[in-house]
Design a protein around this ligand. Structure first.
Ligand code: NAD
Length: 495
């Protein structure tokens, strides 16, 4: 029997401000329907500007006067390890919340929570590694030291596609650095972030150190972008939201970390292991129903193998199991909502109007209570087609053939985005050359979507600013302060 099922009634969550659970100033609720079933699965407060301001005030107080920033790194790490243990204990419950709100398969949702545990533990350890520098080479009279200090209050805005994991790539690093935070999760998938608040509370994270406000972006998110009492913003979302953060940051010149969209290429050279490449390309385009910022959506394939490879790939893609997110056998669940499903199908239809050929997929599928789309492969796609230029955020892959190495790199780099790229070849020097020449923050060779908290992530070009995770993940949330310390009497300027 499947241990996971739809809830009899929507699960009710509250916001978390200054250590208190609250319905906020409006008293209004938002309801999320499972995109795979159409059933109401969760409710949380529809926050307003007043709630955002209360959360900012709580985070400000906890940073300016609270114990958190001045605790030893060891003491902070101990609390973060406790949070990680609690997340691990609640992995199934958190996974079910994610599955129901996002429409992703339950096995992947639970896997994502377990991955997040690992990131929380890495960040806890990183707290104790953060260090400064000393310059003992400036002459006998001077010693210079470089300190790393927590940057202050961080506003964290997260998207709907990996709500818990993306938060894990940011929040524990923010806390490890000694900062405090106001988190605004996506209005569609806030449940796992709100559940996390109970775990933070239980782990003894002091009141005000983490505050979570829920509601619509322009209503509760924009006040965070605009606030002069927030020192840094970490925004993960579309390039449109990233631009809003850049505009608003002009007020108090706050620092920005932006993780935005992608239009990621798979480059498949003729010498690649084609079975392996076909499997990887299918996985990269369809994982999370293609709603993955680093998922490959352009297949740049050497012309000599293009036809055979496309046929092999299509065979794989047709076998992907699309269906009920609660079924443990499902590989691809539902798209995020009805409007998004129509947008994805609209890109395919527009591509076809411009001459593209659908090799497989291209239509809605499954139970019509949910928003399921067949993984779709298109050839004969014109370079100017939006299919090749815009982030579709669905299980759609467009094929572009190339003749020689230089052309492959030119096509791969012909995008406003620069988030990720995958290279498939057995030739080591070709792989390394391409790794260096592709303009992307993350490159995979003979694999795709691999991840680990040790390695930093982020984008080039319009895909973002800054890096999350790895040791840079904690450094992002610090200010660097230089002190010159004079060790002997100064030579006076005025005699
Ligand atoms: P989105 O930009 O619509 O929303 C992201 C968040 O911003 C949400 O919480 C939303 O409420 C908030 N927001 C919207 N308007 C706002 C405003 N005016 N002020 C403040 N906050 C506002 O993105 P989405 O649809 O939730 O997520 C999908 C996008 O996220 C895709 O473009 C995807 O590539 C990107 N993404 C990037 C990464 C990465 O690491 N680069 C990871 C995941 C998702």
């Amino acid at each position: 029997m499947n241990p996971f099922s739809l809830p009899a009634a929507p699960r009710r969550f509250q916001m978390y401000i200054g250590g208190q659970f609250t319905d906020g100033a409006s008293g209004q609720l938002m309801t999320r329907h499972s995109p795979g079933h159409g059933a109401a699965v969760a409710q949380w407060p529809s926050g307003v500007g007043e709630d955002a301001q209360a959360a900012i005030a709580a985070a400000r107080e906890a940073f300016d006067n609270g114990p958190w920033p001045s605790l030893s790194a060891g003491a902070r790490a101990a609390r973060l390890f406790k949070v990680a243990d609690l997340i691990e204990r609640h992995a199934q419950e958190l996974g079910l919340i994610e599955c129901l709100e996002t429409g992703k398969p339950i096995t992947q949702a639970i896997g994502e929570i377990r991955g997040a545990v690992d990131v929380w533990r890495f960040a806890a350890g990183a707290a104790r590694v953060m260090r400064g520098e000393a310059y003992n080479n400036l002459g006998d009279r001077v010693l210079a030291i470089v300190l790393r200090e927590p940057i202050g209050v961080v506003g964290v805005i997260t998207p709907w596609n990996f709500p818990f994991f993306i938060l894990a790539e940011r929040l524990p690093f923010i806390l490890a650095a000694g900062c405090t935070a106001v988190v605004k999760p996506s209005e569609a998938t806030s449940g796992s972030t709100l559940k996390l608040c109970a775990l933070l509370h239980a782990a003894g994270i002091p009141p005000g150190v983490v505050n979570v406000v829920t509601g619509r972006g322009p209503v509760v998110g924009q006040p965070l972008l605009d606030s002069d009492r927030i020192d840094m913003l970490s925004v993960t979302g579309s390039t449109t939201t990233g631009r809003k953060a850049i505009e608003a940051s002009a007020g108090n010149i706050k620092k920005l970390g932006l993780e935005l969209g992608g239009k990621n290429p798979h480059i498949v050279f003729a010498d690649a292991d084609l079975d392996d490449a076909a499997d990887g390309v299918a996985f990269g385009m369809a994982f999370n129903a293609g709603q993955c910022c680093v998922g490959g959506s352009r297949l740049v394939v050497q012309r000599s193998i293009a036809e055979a490879f496309t046929a092999k790939l299509a065979q794989k893609i047709r076998r992907i199991r699309v269906g009920d997110p609660l079924d443990a056998q499902t590989q691809v669940g539902a798209l995020f909502d009805e409007a998004h499903m129509h947008k994805v199908l609209g890109y395919v239809q527009e591509g076809v109007r411009m001459g593209a050929h659908v090799v497989c997929g291209g239509a809605r599928t499954g139970d019509h209570a949910g928003y399921f789309v067949q993984p779709t492969l298109l050839t004969n796609v014109r370079p100017a087609t939006p299919l090749l230029r815009e982030e579709i955020f669905g299980p759609v892959l467009a094929v572009v053939p190339f003749d020689g190495y230089e052309e492959a790199i030119t096509i791969a780099n012909d995008s406003a985005f620069g988030l990720a790229a995958s290279i498939w070849t057995k030739d080591l020097s070709q792989a390394l050359r391409a790794t260096r020449q592709v303009r992307a923050g993350r490159v995979w060779v003979n694999t795709t979507l691999d991840n680990g908290p040790e390695t930093p992530l982020g984008g080039m070009k319009q895909s973002g600013l800054g890096r999350e995770a790895g040791l840079s993940g904690i450094e992002e949330y610090t200010e660097v302060k230089t002190a010159h310390i004079h060790l002997q009497a100064r030579t006076h300027w005025i005699a």
